[in-house]
Ligand binder design. Structure first.
Ligand code: SAM
Length: 271
């Protein structure tokens, strides 16, 4: 079994009982930064052997890990913080394991994106995790342009030294929208800044710490049916014997808009 094991994103008390148990029981822990993970393991008295597994060595180490999994051993993957495979190494190992018929098991826990989303006050029913924006200006622009049409809350990760520039570009491409900066989640200086993108840009002078950036999705605006069609359609329903309210309701259904839109259009025409 390959376990994908979440670790805290700042507050050690967010380590789960199950994560401690699994990390003690597995044969091997694959960690992004073994020094950092060793500190965590020492804190929770976990003495399992560690192997470095990061972007640079993922191919060679991935093969070694797969051999051990095939031999029947169990391995846990951890990242520096939060959920492995979310803007962190792990996803490749999952694909390798699945390809070799090895089972994969999540050990859920802290994650910066979802922690920020649930406290953002933005729409949580539909959201898109976009992770880090590309580093080059051209690619970043294309990336943002595609996202600007999404009708769901969009979640980004961004480094503090790039944050101001990123927000300025976001404003250029997305236009003014509600946004939230979730800073230092679960840590002593945890903070949420809410407001329009331009207001947030004004609020942050020298951003420090870790940030999640959330932006409201494109607001869905109803298409306007051609105004001249509305009276004739309502009239047709009236002639079929419907009362005025029902005729407007049927017209709204036909044009796939709200009844208020039909009502307002009729008022304009009557005027
Ligand atoms: N795997 C992690 C997770 O599940 O959230 C994400 C790792 S990614 C390499 C690191 C980025 O996540 C940071 O640059 C920041 O944008 C965000 N992040 C991580 N911890 C955070 C925290 N405590 N507060 C705010 N953002 C955080």
């Amino acid at each position: 079994m390959l376990y994908l094991c979440a670790t805290p994103i700042g507050n050690l008390e967010d380590m789960t009982f199950r994560a401690i148990k699994i990390l003690r029981e597995v044969n091997l822990i694959a960690a992004e930064d073994t020094r950092r993970t060793r500190k965590l393991l020492t804190h929770f008295e976990i003495h399992t052997p560690l192997i470095r597994f990061d972007e640079n060595c993922k191919e060679s180490v991935g093969k070694k890990i797969l051999e051990r999994l095939r031999a029947g051993e169990s391995v846990a993957v951890v990242s520096d913080a939060g959920m492995p495979a979310i803007s962190d190494p792990g996803a490749d190992l999952v694909r390798l394991a699945l390809g070799a018929g090895v089972e994969v098991c999540p050990i859920p826990g802290a994650n910066a994106a979802l922690s920020a989303l649930i406290c953002s006050g933005l729409d949580t029913t539909k959201f898109l995790f976009a992770g880090f924006a590309p580093k080059t200006k051209k690619n970043r622009r294309e990336f943002l342009e595609k996202l600007s049409a999404i009708e769901a809350t969009i979640i980004f990760y961004e480094a503090p030294h790039r944050l101001k520039n990123f927000l300025a570009e976001l404003l250029e491409v997305f236009g003014e929208r509600e946004a939230v900066l979730a800073r230092e989640l679960t840590k002593v200086h945890e903070e949420f800044l809410r407001g329009k993108i331009s207001e947030l840009l004004e609020k942050i002078s020298e951003p420090r710490g870790e940030f999640v950036v959330l932006v409201e999705g494109k607001i869905f605006s109803e298409p306007s049916p051609p105004a001249e069609d509305i009276p004739s359609v309502v009239k047709k329903f009236l002639e079929q014997g419907l009362d005025k309210k029902s005729a407007m309701r049927e017209a709204a259904k036909k044009f796939n808009v709200s009844r208020r839109k039909i009502y307002n259009a009729l008022l304009k025409i009557e005027d």
